[in-house]
Design a protein around this ligand. Structure first.
Ligand SMILES: [Zn+2]
Length: 456
C-alpha cells in the first residue's frame, strides 16, 4: 500500500518536473525569438521559369533615354565619368521608363564615384608637367583624381575607370606594331604545320576522325585540356586578314563538331571556344586556329560564374532574364551596335580597355558579320594586332522551340602594346579589379564609325 502511494507520489512529481522543463524551454525559445537580431525577410521562393533571351525589346530608343532620362543632348558628349550624373537625372525623373531603367541598373550594377587626392612636390611637378605636356587642365585633374567604379553584382566583375591612367608615361618601341606583325606572319608561314597539306602529317585527329570544310578543318589538340577538345583550323594562315566567309566557315565547322561529339557522348552538353592571335595573347601557333571544347554538365569556371550569376539574378528579380536586362541597360546607355539579329556591346565591366562583347540568340551569319566588322575596325583603323577571344553557346540538351535562356556570348579583347615587353594585364587586373583608362564611349564611337563606313 505504502509502495503504491510512493509510486503515485513519484509519478505526480515526475509529471510536474516534465511540465516545468517544458515551460522553461518555451520561455527560453520565446526569449531568443524576440531578442535575436536575425534578418526576418522572407526567403524568396526559387523561381523555376526564367524569361527566354531575346534581342529586340518593345521599348524606347537610346536617343530617347539619353534625352529624357539622362538629360544629354549630344551623343558625342557621352562619357563614363558622367555616368553618376546620368543616373542621378534618371532617378530624379518622374517618367516611368526612366524609373524602370534605374531599377534595372541598380539591380545589376553598383556604381561609385571616388576622389583620390595627391600632394605633389615642386620638383616632382616638373616631371609631371613634362609627361602631361604642360596641360594645365590635366595637371589640375591629376591632383584630384576621379575614379568611377562599376561592379556587376552577379558576375562580380568590376571596372575601375580613371581617365588619368591613360596618361601614364609609356616606353616607345622602335619597331612599328604593323611591321612587327607582318614580319611575324610572313616568317611563320615558312615552316607552318597547319598550312597547305602539312596538317595531314603534322596534326592528330579526334577518335571519330577529322572534319573537313572548304575553308577550314579540325585537328585534335596534341596537348589536350579536356576529354573533348579540338582545334578548328582555317585554311588561311593570316588571322588578321580573314574574309567573312573564312570566319563563317570556322564557326559552322565548330557547330558541326559540337553536334558530332554530342551524338557520340550526349552527357557533354556545354559548348565553349577560345581563340588567341599573335604571341602577345599567348598563342603558341601563328596560324589561324580556334580551340573548341564540350563541357560535361557545367561550363568552365569563368563561364559558369556568369551562368550561375544569371540564374541567381532571375531568382532575385521575378524570373527576369539577366542577359535581357544586361543588354537593355547597355542599349539605353547607347553602348550597343546592332548588326541584324545580334548586338555588339562596349560593356561596362570589361576585362581591359579594348574588350567588346557580342550577344545573339544563335550563332549565325549576323554573328560572323559582327566579328568581321570588329576585326576590320580594330586591325585596320585602330592598328591593334593581337587579341584573345572566348565564347559560349547555350547547352546542347536545352530545348530551343521558344529560344534559350542563355544566349550566345562572345567576348573579345585586343592586347597591346604588341611590341612592348610590358604585359597588358597586371596583378590588379588578375587578382583585384580591371583597371581601365580608355573611356568606353570613346571606344564605342571608334567602333561605330568603323562599322558604319564598312556597312555602306
Ligand atoms: Zn600556316
Amino acid at each position: 500500500m505504502t509502495s503504491t502511494m510512493h509510486i503515485r507520489r513519484d509519478g505526480i512529481a515526475y509529471f510536474f518536473l516534465i511540465i516545468l522543463c517544458f515551460l522553461v524551454i518555451l520561455l527560453f525559445q520565446h526569449h531568443y525569438a524576440s531578442n535575436q537580431n536575425v534578418d526576418q525577410t522572407p526567403i524568396k521562393p526559387i523561381i523555376k521559369i526564367t524569361d527566354k533571351f531575346r534581342t529586340h525589346f518593345n521599348t524606347h530608343s537610346s536617343v530617347w533615354y539619353r534625352e529624357k532620362c539622362f538629360r544629354n543632348k549630344h551623343a558625342d558628349h557621352l562619357a563614363i565619368e558622367n555616368l553618376p550624373k546620368y543616373l542621378q537625372n534618371a532617378r530624379a525623373s518622374t517618367n516611368e521608363a526612366c524609373q524602370k531603367f534605374v531599377q534595372k541598373f541598380d539591380a545589376l550594377f553598383r556604381l561609385e564615384e571616388i576622389y583620390g587626392a595627391l600632394e605633389i612636390s615642386p620638383i616632382y611637378l616638373k616631371k609631371i608637367n613634362a609627361w602631361l605636356h604642360n596641360d594645365e587642365q590635366l595637371i589640375e585633374q591629376i591632383k584630384k583624381q576621379r575614379i568611377i567604379k562599376i561592379y556587376n553584382r552577379y558576375t562580380h566583375e568590376e571596372m575601375l575607370y580613371n581617365f588619368m591612367r591613360s596618361k601614364r608615361p609609356q616606353s616607345k618601341s622602335e619597331q612599328s606594331a604593323q611591321n612587327y606583325t607582318l614580319t611575324l606572319l610572313e616568317e611563320s608561314k615558312k615552316n607552318c604545320d597547319f598550312c597547305g597539306k602539312n596538317y595531314l602529317n603534322s596534326t592528330a585527329e579526334d577518335s571519330f576522325g577529322r572534319l573537313e570544310h572548304r575553308l577550314s578543318y579540325t585537328a585534335a589538340n596534341t596537348f589536350k585540356y579536356d576529354r573533348w577538345h579540338t582545334l578548328i583550323v582555317s585554311r588561311n594562315h593570316d588571322t588578321l586578314h580573314l574574309t567573312e566567309d573564312e570566319i563563317s566557315d570556322m564557326f559552322e565547322l565548330s557547330k558541326e563538331w559540337f553536334e558530332k561529339v554530342y551524338s557520340i557522348e550526349s552527357k557533354y552538353t556545354c559548348p565553349e571556344m577560345i581563340w588567341d592571335a599573335m604571341p602577345k595573347s599567348g598563342a603558341s601557333q601563328m596560324h589561324t586556329h580556334l580551340q573548341v571544347s564540350l563541357g560535361f554538365d557545367i561550363y568552365y569556371g569563368n563561364i559558369e560564374r556568369t551562368r550561375q550569376g544569371a540564374r541567381f539574378y532571375a531568382q532575385m528579380n521575378d524570373g527576369r532574364n539577366y542577359f535581357n536586362d544586361y543588354l537593355h541597360i547597355h542599349q539605353a546607355l547607347e553602348l550597343t551596335i546592332p548588326i541584324g539579329n545580334v548586338h555588339i556591346l562596349v560593356h561596362l565591366t570589361p576585362i581591359k580597355d579594348l574588350e567588346v562583347m557580342v550577344l545573339g540568340a544563335s550563332l549565325e551569319k549576323d554573328f560572323y558579320k559582327a566579328l568581321y566588322l570588329i576585326f576590320r575596325t580594330f586591325i585596320d583603323d585602330l592598328q591593334e594586332y593581337s587579341f584573345s577571344f572566348g565564347m559560349f553557346l547555350p547547352p546542347l540538351n536545352e530545348t530551343s522551340i521558344n529560344g534559350h535562356v542563355m544566349p550566345v556570348v562572345c567576348r573579345l579583347v585586343f592586347r597591346n602594346p604588341i611590341t612592348n615587353l610590358r604585359a597588358d594585364m597586371n596583378g590588379l587586373d588578375l587578382y583585384t579589379s580591371s583597371v581601365v583608362g580608355k573611356d568606353r564611349y570613346v571606344l564605342y564611337r571608334q567602333l561605330k564609325q568603323g562599322i558604319l563606313k564598312r556597312s555602306k
